[in-house]
Ligand binder design. Structure first.
Ligand SMILES: Nc1ncnc2c1ncn2[C@@H]1O[C@H](COP(=O)(O)OP(=O)(O)OP(=O)(O)O)[C@@H](O)[C@H]1O
Length: 286
């Protein structure tokens, strides 16, 4: 005898099964091997000229994050059209979405700085250096799609300066306390990404650039002349980027691609499960 649908919906556990501490799949390398990132303990700088594929990469990471039971989203997108797609899901997940309002962005970042300070106090009190999955802490993923808008385009010079200082602090201190920053910019220039800020990003993704110098601003000085030059990426292959992880050499990667329809499906799914499902993690074998 078949169970009625109403019975099924209450007996089948539905919730995100992954953890932010799991490796995040981003694409395949030039040898066909899958490429994973360890997002929690690193930050990611995602940069390159318009149309290179930065937003597609950020959408992959956001998609993974929302499928994790231990994710709290903080999404900043002045253009609305990328991270704005997740606005409803962010609200359902107890997070926040900010559009082009720099004062609203500053309020959120100031608050995050306080949360970070409290998390550090906890670590110190427990004699620990970083959070672990066993701490069952929410990972606050801070996604910024177009850093340059807040640091160079909108607001007063004081607001821009404060924005840069807050982001720098989060990038410098956030990773030990499960608050990684994923920041994208289509302006890889030293005024937007000074070396001192760039070097705090454990992962850097360089999509096609207009000059070898821009490529070096993302990956690090000297990589273009050593043959790792994002200017050489063909404009006909969007989604290809050089990925460097701290201490390593750049690897050529093709990002996985989610269509807008797939993103909308994901948004519906993760919003629905957070509003209606069991928020507890479900083992994959269940
Ligand atoms: N990994 C990929 N696989 C296939 N196509 C891709 C991939 N990445 C990007 N594209 C194509 O390139 C287009 C532009 O990508 P995307 O919007 O991510 O660029 P961007 O660098 O974010 O540009 P902008 O700075 O203008 O926002 C996409 O709409 C898609 O058609």
């Amino acid at each position: 005898m078949h169970a009625a649908l109403s019975e099924l919906t209450v007996t089948i556990p539905v919730a995100p099964s992954m953890s932010m501490f799991d490796p995040v799949f981003v694409g395949i390398d030039e040898f066909g091997n899958p490429v994973y990132l360890d997002l929690v303990y690193h930050n990611l700088l995602d940069a390159g000229e318009p149309g290179g594929g930065k937003s597609v990469l950020i959408q992959n990471l956001v998609g993974h994050a929302f499928l994790c039971h231990d994710f709290t989203p903080v999404l900043l997108d002045p253009k609305w059209v990328e991270l704005g797609m997740w606005m409803e899901a962010a609200e359902a997940a107890g997070g926040v979405f900010v559009g082009p309002d720099i004062e609203a962005a500053l309020r959120v970042l100031r608050r995050l700085q306080k949360v970070m300070d409290r998390r550090y106090s906890w670590l110190v009190a427990h004699g620990r250096r970083k959070f672990l999955p066993s701490d069952l802490i929410k990972v606050i993923g801070i996604f910024i799609d177009e850093l340059a808008y807040y640091t160079a385009t909108t607001g007063t010079p004081e607001q821009q300066k404060e924005f840069i200082a807050l982001v720098r602090d989060l990038v410098a201190r956030g990773r030990a306390c499960a608050m990684p920053v994923i920041a994208a910019t289509q302006r890889p220039s030293v005024d937007i990404i000074p070396t001192s800020l760039r070097d705090l990003f454990g992962y850097r993704a360089a999509f096609r650039c207009t000059t070898p110098n821009s490529s070096d601003i993302i990956l690090g000085h000297g990589w273009a002349s050593a043959g790792f030059n994002a200017q050489a990426i063909s404009p006909t292959t969007p989604g290809v980027f050089y990925l460097i992880a701290e201490g390593g050499i750049p690897h050529l990667v093709k990002a996985a691609y989610l269509t807008d329809a797939q993103i909308h499906q994901l948004v519906d799914y993760v919003t629905w499960i957070r509003r209606n499902g069991d928020p507890a993690p479900v083992p994959l074998a269940a």
